[in-house]
Write a protein of this length. Structure first.
Length: 231
């Protein structure tokens, strides 16, 4: 994860003792067992979050280590959406994130694709990659595995056979995501509604569009921050 910007003010950076190995780019949280230490967030939660670590540290009792950690409660962090749970993966047809439409939709509300994955993505986001709706984002209303994706608000143009789209399990007004197992990116192959509490700020498709392996980024604040939890 990377620091992106902050709702008011500059990033506040503190040197904090770590109670576990924390790599640069990993979100740190308060150690709920020992208190007073910063530890890396688990992939599925960021309760008592602190913020992103700017450097790497290896925990050792005999040689205490402090990492530089941004602690602003309203700091916005950016994570790349990965097509693998481990991180570093490409969003693609193989990961079932990239879909090719098979039935024309004159009203622009339905993407039909047999390659639609099995995880539930209603509440996530879909971007057009090719065709008349390329670069346009819509919230996902319903998602049927191996069948189709329906959008909440219709695309401005008809959806043609062969048009490509990318789907991801995060949204600008969502409250959830899963980190990848390396804790550096957003897991793009899990269902919407995963356990990490986050206030979604934006979901962006990188330009120019790569229609085979698009790059998508998620901006969010820590919803369960130690210094100012957001209900």
């Amino acid at each position: 994860m990377k620091y992106s910007w902050c709702f008011g003010g500059d990033p506040v950076i503190k040197k904090l003792h770590i109670g576990g190995d924390i790599a640069a780019g990993v979100i740190a949280i308060m150690d709920g067992t020992f208190k007073g230490f910063a530890i890396p967030q688990p992939a599925a939660t960021n309760a008592d979050g602190l913020g992103v670590s700017l450097d790497s540290g290896v925990y050792a009792v005999a040689t205490p280590v402090q990492n530089s950690i941004i602690i602003n409660p309203l700091a916005v962090y950016r994570g790349r959406v990965s097509g693998t749970a481990a991180g570093g993966g490409l969003l693609s047809a193989a990961s079932t994130n990239v879909l090719t439409n098979t039935i024309a939709s004159p009203t622009g509300v339905l993407v039909t694709a047999a390659a639609t994955g099995a995880v539930e993505l209603a509440g996530g986001t879909i971007f057009g990659l090719t065709g008349a709706n390329a670069g346009i984002r819509r919230p996902i209303l319903s998602y049927i595995a191996a069948t189709s994706v329906t959008v909440t608000l219709q695309f401005p143009n008809a959806i043609a056979v062969g048009d490509k789209f990318v789907v991801v399990p995060v949204s600008p007004v969502g409250h959830w995501h899963n980190a990848t197992t390396n804790l550096l990116e957003i897991n793009g192959i899990v269902a919407v509604g995963a356990a990490v509490l986050a206030g979604g700020v934006d979901v962006e498709l990188e330009l120019p569009i790569n229609s085979t392996n698009p790059e998508v980024y998620y901006d969010y604040v820590l919803q369960n921050h130690l210094l100012n939890p957001i209900d």
